[in-house]
Design a binder for this molecule. Structure first.
Ligand SMILES: Cc1ncc(COP(=O)(O)O)c(C=O)c1O
Length: 420
């Protein structure tokens, strides 16, 4: 049994299921891989939208990277985790009053502005923060989740020109640009195309505004192999391109913002088999979790594409060995969630041994866009537990609450229609 499996089993023994477990060593290893393979001048930000868990942020802050946040809640989390304010990058289509209030205490945080209307609003707020303008790509992206020229985000060409006056009078402190072209891209050549496209529109916008950019956030979109047949992203090709860009725009800071690449492979989603069903003529089991805690499943069709979950033996007082499936008959099995929802399928036709109630299924690569992007309250569901493990050291990050906890902070309505 692998070391990680042993830790997962111990986590289930202590905290039950459904639970998210995060491998701290893997988080650190991802940062290290980027440090080893990308040019030294590249700054990495962690995009909290992939997983805004405080414990994950603690680990990544310790690794010395920055934070890319897109809401007041993510900003509060980044500050609580201790990311230095000059390494916090605040994006999103329009900053809410609560975000602006926080920014007053973070004058070094960089704000990514999404539209001329937002730039005008910020000018009126008189915030001293350095600003980058988010530019909408004018090129197509083949990324699985594309944010190219058809997206709603960022300035288009004529929007940039309309801001010349605000910039030249230094009413706002525009120091550069931000371009995000797409997510979950496993093609290094595709990412190189994103980087080139992002650089080209940034330099054009800089010319238009008459500024020398001091910071360029060129996005990222680094993908991870969810399918057993997919390969890891080839960072060597990306490295060469980034090295050229660093040389070309020196002394500007070159920043990448990455979410999935940093956290997806560190996350495990642990569920227990409740019983059997059949679905579309196939053998199926129902588990105590579901797609309401795995938003990442849906957009990426992971129910058919991802590797089958690991199967672990049930029985706290027994040996807790991972089930040795070799030699056992494997049957195409569907793993269904516990929602009254036809689409609540966690795995389809996965080759699995006969499962019994109490078996634990561990879904790999579940660390990004899972619970933190999910309709997690659907069916009045409490949130799953979140646990970190660093080798054999296990720490609870979020306790699983009882079902009744969904009533917390709610009030009865007791109106009697007196006005009628
Ligand atoms: C603007 C922006 N930045 C960063 C990210 C993070 O992308 P990823 O998790 O693919 O690295 C996203 C994801 O959609 C995004 O929209």
């Amino acid at each position: 049994m692998s070391e990680v499996n042993r830790h997962l089993l111990e986590i289930v023994r202590r905290y039950g299921t459904p639970t998210y477990a995060f491998d701290v060593r893997r988080l650190r290893a991802q940062v290290e891989t980027l440090r080893t393979h990308l040019p030294a001048g590249i700054e990495i930000l962690y995009s909290l939208k992939a997983n805004a868990s405080l414990g994950i942020c603690d680990v990544l802050r310790d690794c010395g990277i920055g934070a890319d946040v897109a809401s007041a809640g993510e900003l509060a989390t980044a500050v609580e985790a201790g990311f230095p304010s000059e390494r916090i990058f605040v994006a999103g289509p329009f900053k809410l009053p609560e975000t602006l209030a926080q920014l007053r205490d973070l004058p070094e945080a960089v704000i990514s502005v999404d539209s001329p209307s937002e730039l005008q609003m910020l000018a009126e707020q008189r915030l001293p923060n350095p600003i980058v303008l988010r530019l909408r790509p004018d090129f197509c992206s083949q990324a699985v989740v594309a944010a190219g020229h058809e997206s709603r985000f960022g300035f288009v060409g004529e929007d940039v020109s309309s801001c010349r006056k605000l910039v030249s009078l230094r009413v706002v402190n525009v120091i550069g640009f931000h371009v995000f072209s797409g997510s979950q891209y496993l093609s290094a050549e595709g990412i190189v195309a994103h980087l080139r496209g992002a650089l080209a529109i940034s330099l054009r916008a800089a010319d238009d505004l008459g500024i020398a950019p001091a910071l360029l956030n060129l996005g990222g979109g680094f993908g991870i192999p969810y399918a057993a047949t997919a390969d890891e992203l080839d960072l060597g090709i990306i490295r060469n391109e980034l090295a050229k860009i660093v040389d070309q725009v020196r002394p500007a800071r070159i920043v990448l913002e990455l979410g999935r690449y940093l956290v997806a492979q560190a996350g495990w989603y642990l569920t227990s088999v409740l019983g059997h069903q059949t679905f579309q003529g196939r053998q199926a089991v129902v588990v105590d979790g579901g797609t309401h805690q795995r938003a990442d499943m849906c957009g990426l069709c992971l129910r058919t594409k991802a590797s089958p979950p690991l199967v672990m033996n049930e029985g706290v007082d027994q040996s807790w060995d991972a089930m040795d499936v070799s030699g056992k008959a494997l049957t195409p099995t569907d793993v269904l969630g516990c929602l009254s929802l036809p689409a609540d399928v966690l795995a389809e036709s996965s080759l699995l041994p006969r499962l019994e109630p109490g078996n634990v299924l561990a879904f790999a690569n579940a660390g990004a866009y899972g619970m933190w992007s999910s309709p997690a309250m659907f069916h009045g569901s409490p949130l799953p537990a979140e646990v970190a493990f660093d080798g054999s050291e296990i720490q609870l990050m979020r306790e699983r609450r009882p079902a009744r906890s969904i009533l917390d902070e709610q009030r009865h309505v007791n109106v009697r229609g007196h006005d009628a």
